[in-house]
Design a protein around this ligand. Sequence first.
Ligand code: SF4
Length: 342
Amino acid sequence: MPVTPSAPARILIVRLSALGDLVFCTSLLDGLRRAFPDAHIAWLAQSGFAGVLRDDPRLDELITISKDTLKSPAALWRLRRELRARRFDWVIDAQGLAKSRVLAWLAGGTRRVGFRSKEPLAFLLHEQFDKGGDPADIASEYRYLAERLTGAPAAAPRLPVAAAAAARVAEAMAARRLASGFLALCPFTTRPQKHWPDEHWPALARRLVTTGLGPCVVFGGPADREHAQRLVAQMPAGSLNLAGQTALPDLAAWLSQARAVVGVDTGLTHIGIAVHTPTIALFGSTCPYTQGAESPLRVIYDGLPCAPCKRRPTCNGAFTCMRQLTPERVADAVTDLLGRVR
Ligand code: SF4
């Protein structure tokens, strides 16, 4: 049953990583901001991911820590002092891990809540909430948590585009002759089974180049630069490698300018949805969301009998779930979603 909360004056969200989860967790931020417009809302996140939230007007404060902070008792003690000085009323562990529970506990708070999970140290929280919601709905667990905490309906994840970021990206697009539009490709993620085969990306770009939707631009992190270059080298002339060249605070602005985003199960794809760019998401070994609220979204997922295997593939590296999503199918999804005829 929804509850009518007494308004907290100061709230801390603890969600350290990763990029896509930070994006999904903006549903919680949005719900809290709507329910408590005058509250001071802070977010504790790990540097390397936090930048995506830097210019979010719903946040009053972004507190960043490094991975090393978690390994150093002295650094944790300093962090405890700094967090407790902020006198948070609510501290929300939106990660559900032992480390996030420790950080929530270090922050104090008169109401310390978090996700119920198999992780230890649940006793550090005052209350736990199930990961509820409908898995078919994007970010549903964060929306559910927001609804439990505020008693009001929560929205899908959304990333606002800051004016300064939009101006930087407009200038960068003009310099790269992208001002008349482009298609964003997001091939990079963590586990091998979440990737689309390398040869499919250039094949997709060759099909899409005939649509008039603009050149294909590959996005990724600094570690993806060389891999992206290998893919772009096989794509039609005019395709571009921007992996490692887009700052985290500018990612929302970049992807908001794309005519469409095509990506695997990765943070950049989730950003495409959060800025309401038409997005085609390729899923195989992980549980797909199929509804992106008001965002134009097409999920391509075949639901093989072995799926979702998540971290335990049983196909000896065949990764059929992703391989059988052919470039033709994906190109058709792009043109269909955008109402274009190839
Ligand atoms: S086991 Fe099945 S779902 Fe998992 S990676 Fe292989 S083909 Fe995909």
